[in-house]
Design a protein around this ligand. Sequence first.
Ligand SMILES: [Zn+2]
Length: 436
Amino acid sequence: MIIRGGTVVTARGVETADIAIAGSQIVAVGLNLAGDSDEIDASGLHVFPGGIDSHVHFNEPGRTEWEDIAHGSAALAAGGYTTFIDMPLNNLPVTTTVEAFDLKLEAMKRSSKVDFGLWGGLVPGNIDQLEPLVRRGVMGFKAFMCPSGIDEFPASDPITLRNGMKRIADLGSILLVHAEDPARLLMPRGTGALDFVHSRPPSAERAAIAQAIELSDATGCRLHVVHVSTAWGMRLIREAQQNGLDVSGETCPHYLLYGELDLERLGGAGKCAPPFRTASDREALWTADVIVSDHSPCTLDLKAGDDFTRIWGGISGCQSTLQLLLANDRLDLPKVAAVTSTNIARRFGIAGKGDIASAHDADLWIVDLKSEDVVRREDLLYRNAFSVHEGQRIRGRTVKTLVGGGDPGSGRFIRPERHSGQPARGSSQGGTGTRS
Ligand SMILES: [Zn+2]
């Protein structure tokens, strides 16, 4: 098959080119490619590498009334995404054991319309599960430095973190942390939106990220900080990188688009942890290397009312990430491809994805960038169709999303190749790993 005459966007730049696909792979990118096979006319359209959302909660098995794999993965495909990596919660059982991993993998194989990977969980008491989970093919591990909001996925105390990170370093894997220092979280003074915001101060994120970076340095464990919300967090991660540590971070559209003063207007749909911050924080977050949705849905009733001590925290958004970023002039097109796909494939060792080049999977988003609209509830494909982004400007109408050269339908399980990042130091086995 040939995709003819589109404007091809990669992290390297923008060019008009044809894309030749054989089977599930791209075999050539160039001008006037010869072919007598099927063609898609992409003139006037843009072609991006399929998005990779490395931070979603599809909650299956266990909490499928909040979201399930079929709806979540269909929403991703509609928004230009061809791969996701699912978090080890809020599904039940949580993905902290091989038994739970096997259950989830079966559900994913049954229902995912796009390619998928799985994060494992690090929690107190499951250190013996880390190696078997790596052998099963987890992309890495997620830990919470503060309570996660669900009892079955407890926070990792400093000793659990340190021992876990030593183990994960030896296994050549990576740890993702939700970084808020529980000692700096406060009891809300009231039930309002700003009471909630003030109960989770920026200093909690700053202290936790600093601690996680210290542990990464001490253990040689590769570290990725999820949903960074503050300028300080970004700065600590940059400094660690400049000091040669193998540390990265991500942010999400909702931290780029909304401030703490917007939360009252947005209501419960905008409650998440950490909360929205200030304009100067948002300014710094636009420099992030990785932007993901942290799609963490629930039923509408759990978002109702105005008592922010009772409203469930989590944003529904994975369908709109690319379109929201494109509606904003802050990132040029190659940068959009980089932060939503290329950088994620590189950081997490996803071979054959994240670029439009020969020998890569034919994971492509063909999109009409002339089209502008707003996020509408009736267009959302989530199990529970609502979002904090409703009414936000979006750019880009999906003409076609190709997963491995075909229509979305039956996603494949991906596991990390040899990690691309260099081991920080201190672990003779770091970086190459022992996975099968
Ligand atoms: Zn999350």
